[in-house]
Ligand binder design. Structure first.
Ligand code: GRF
Length: 182
C-alpha cells in the first residue's frame, strides 16, 4: 500500500476530501492552530504541527519534516493549501514525489490569491491545476488542469465555490492515478 501525507496550513477542506477517499498516513500543518488539525482528529488521521519560527532556519524546519516523512515511509507528498514555499532540503529528498493543487489555470494567476486575481482580472474562465512541486511558486510541471468558467451571475463567492468543487473532484482523481503508477 502506497503511503500519502497531506500538508495544509489552514482550513483543510481538500485534506478532508482526500482523507475520505484514501488512507492518509498523516497530515502536517505549519500552524499549530490550523482547522485542518481538527478535521484530522475527527477523521482519526495522525497529525503533526510545528512552525517555522520554532526552528533556527528553514533548512532545520524542513529537516524535521523530512524526518517525519522518512519515519512514516511516505511515497507521495500532497500539498493542499500548504502556504510555504518548498525549499532545498525538502525538494532534495521529495522532488518528483510531491504535488500541489492551485486554484487557477496555471501559468495564469500563480501565487497566494489565484481565485481573487482571476476574478478581479475580469476573465471569463479560470480553472484548477495539479502540478509537481519545484523550487518556484506554482511553477512545476503540470499534471492535470481543468477549466472553470466565470458565469454571468457569479459572485466571487459562487465562483470560489465552483473552483473548490473542481478541486475536490480533480485532486482525488490525480492522486488515484499517481498511486497506481508509483
Ligand atoms: C485551495 O484552494 C488550494 O487550491 C489552495 O489553497 C486552498 C486550500 O483550501 N492552494 P483548503 O485548506 O483545502 O480548504
Amino acid at each position: 500500500m502506497k503511503k500519502i501525507a497531506v500538508f495544509a496550513s489552514g482550513n483543510g477542506s481538500n485534506f478532508q476530501v482526500i482523507a475520505e477517499q484514501f488512507p492518509v498516513e498523516f497530515v502536517f500543518s505549519d500552524h499549530r492552530d490550523a482547522y485542518v488539525l481538527e478535521r484530522a482528529k475527527a477523521l482519526g488521521v495522525a497529525a503533526y504541527a510545528f512552525e517555522l519560527k520554532e526552528f533556527d532556519d528553514k533548512a532545520a524546519y524542513e529537516r524535521a519534516i523530512v524526518a517525519l516523512l522518512e519515519q512514516h515511509e511516505v511515497d507521495l507528498v500532497v500539498l493542499a493549501g500548504y502556504m510555504k514555499i518548498v525549499a532545498d532540503t525538502l525538494l532534495a529528498r521529495y522532488e518528483g514525489r510531491m504535488i500541489n493543487i492551485h486554484p487557477a489555470y496555471l501559468p495564469e494567476f500563480p501565487g497566494a490569491h489565484g481565485i481573487e486575481d482571476a476574478w478581479h482580472a475580469g476573465v471569463d474562465q479560470s480553472g484548477v491545476t495539479v502540478h509537481w512541486v519545484d523550487s518556484g511558486v506554482d511553477s512545476g510541471q503540470i499534471i492535470r488542469q481543468e477549466r472553470v468558467p466565470i458565469l454571468e451571475n457569479d459572485t466571487l463567492e459562487s465562483f470560489e465555490e465552483r473552483i473548490h468543487a473542481m478541486e475536490y473532484k480533480l485532486y482525488p482523481e490525480v492522486i488515484r492515478e499517481l498511486l497506481s503508477h508509483l
